[in-house]
Design a protein around this ligand. Structure first.
Ligand SMILES: Nc1ncnc2c1ncn2[C@@H]1O[C@H](COP(=O)(O)OP(=O)(O)OP(=O)(O)O)[C@@H](O)[C@H]1O
Ligand SMILES: [Mg+2]
Length: 365
């Protein structure tokens, strides 16, 4: 296995920056998810690592080699695509064996490698079947197996689970995680599903518009999103974002709503607001950090219930605060109704503050 280093990687199509000055390092044995909305540059980044596209600029190293000018076949990578691309007329055994036959490995070695991979992926009983005789999840495991037998330095995977139904996707998610754990493989995994990235990866690279916005562990991205885009992209239901006005007075700092209320800020949050370039502040809060009250409590602000969605374990409510929709989760025993006036209490230690002008998270000075 090997590390992957991207330095200032660029890919342009005419005036379009598909990948714009992207740098990150995937450590040896790490599972990194490239995540972001459709068209943000995930596949392009992966294809640049694979060598399937020429770069406009920058450097890519795999292991101790700069691979900029190497053909895909010389980069020691294995790719797993969304559409598996299995050979329909070959048995599962021969699908796995094919890349090794091409390399002219001795027959007994091929046999051993194929059977080892089949065992790891629990497809030994399927080796004689044709791909069309397999379920989607089984086909997916064969595609993984075909990458695995090649024993590459790195695995590159582009939305490998997106053709599967929701239940199978969750199951395959654990299996790919297990695959990573067993092999200690270096994996770059493309997905547009933030939940897949958060649950599977050691680190996630959040992209938008060709730019790499944040590269960190899922826990850090969740706890400290760098801007409003990352804040609302990662986490479900999404972090609520409420545009307000920052004010400071002799008694301290607060966020003020044109609806006539003020939310006083803790000293730490006051320092953040003091460092903002504008007084337009966006208050961010995740559903689990908010408390819903039927009567005002100190530090709560008024809101109006829009929808109530019981899910059994937990009830989700959407509440309008200052014109913004705010997601809140409450105990299922709490009865609330649409259009009811409620009061929402914020957790000062877990709220997020963003500069509305730059969308960047505010840091305490
Ligand atoms: N051959 C091409 N010519 C011109 N533009 C391209 C080409 N390939 C990709 N693009 C553009 O580059 C941008 C990034 O595309 P890319 O396929 O990397 O997105 P993605 O993040 O993988 O999206 P998705 O989640 O939809 O797969 C998009 O705006 C796309 O339209
Ligand atoms: Mg793509």
């Amino acid at each position: 296995m090997a590390e992957i280093v991207l330095q200032r990687v660029m890919k342009t199509y005419g005036s379009l920056y598909a990948v714009n000055d992207v740098s990150f390092t995937v450590n040896d044995g790490e599972f990194v998810a490239l995540v972001g909305p459709s068209g943000c540059g995930k596949t392009t980044t992966l294809n640049l690592i694979a060598g399937l596209l020429p770069m406009t600029g920058g450097d890519i190293a795999i292991g101790d080699r700069v691979v900029n000018d190497l053909d895909p076949k010389d980069r020691d990578i294995a790719m797993v695509f969304q559409n598996y691309a299995l050979y329909p007329n070959k048995s599962v055994f021969n699908n796995l064996a094919f890349p090794l036959q091409m390399r002219k490995l001795p027959k007994d070695q091929i046999d051993t490698k194929v059977r080892d991979a089949a065992k790891l992926l629990d497809i030994t009983h399927l080796l004689e079947r044709k791909p069309r005789e397999l379920s989607g999840g089984q086909q997916q495991r064969v595609a993984l197996g075909r990458a695995l037998v090649r024993d590459p330095a790195v695995f590159l995977m582009d939305e490998p689970l997106s053709n599967l139904d929701a239940k199978l996707r969750v199951q395959m998610r654990s299996e790919i995680k297990r695959f990573h754990h067993n092999l200690n493989a270096t994996i770059v995994y493309v997905t547009h599903d933030q939940l897949e990235a958060v649950t599977m990866a050691d680190k996630m690279a959040v992209m938008n518009g060709g730019l790499l916005l944040q590269y960190d562990t899922p826990a850090n991205v969740f706890a400290h999103p760098v801007n409003t885009f990352v804040a609302s992209f990662v986490g479900s239901p999404a972090m609520s974002l409420i545009p307000l006005e920052g004010t400071t007075s002799a008694t301290g700092a607060a966020l003020r709503s044109p609806e006539g209320w003020e939310l006083p800020l803790s000293p730490m949050n006051a320092r953040k607001v003091a460092g903002s370039t504008s007084n337009q502040i966006i208050l961010g809060a995740r559903h689990s950090t908010l408390k819903l009250h039927k009567a005002p409590v100190p530090g709560s602000v008024p809101g109006k219930v829009y929808t109530v969605e019981p899910t059994g374990d937990v009830t989700f409510a959407q509440v309008f605060i200052n014109g913004a929709v705010v997601n809140i989760s409450v105990e299922p025993t709490i009865i609330i109704h649409p259009d009811e006036q409620v009061f929402i209490e914020f957790d000062q230690d877990r709220m997020h503050l963003f500069d509305a002008a730059t969308t960047m998270a505010l840091q305490a000075a």
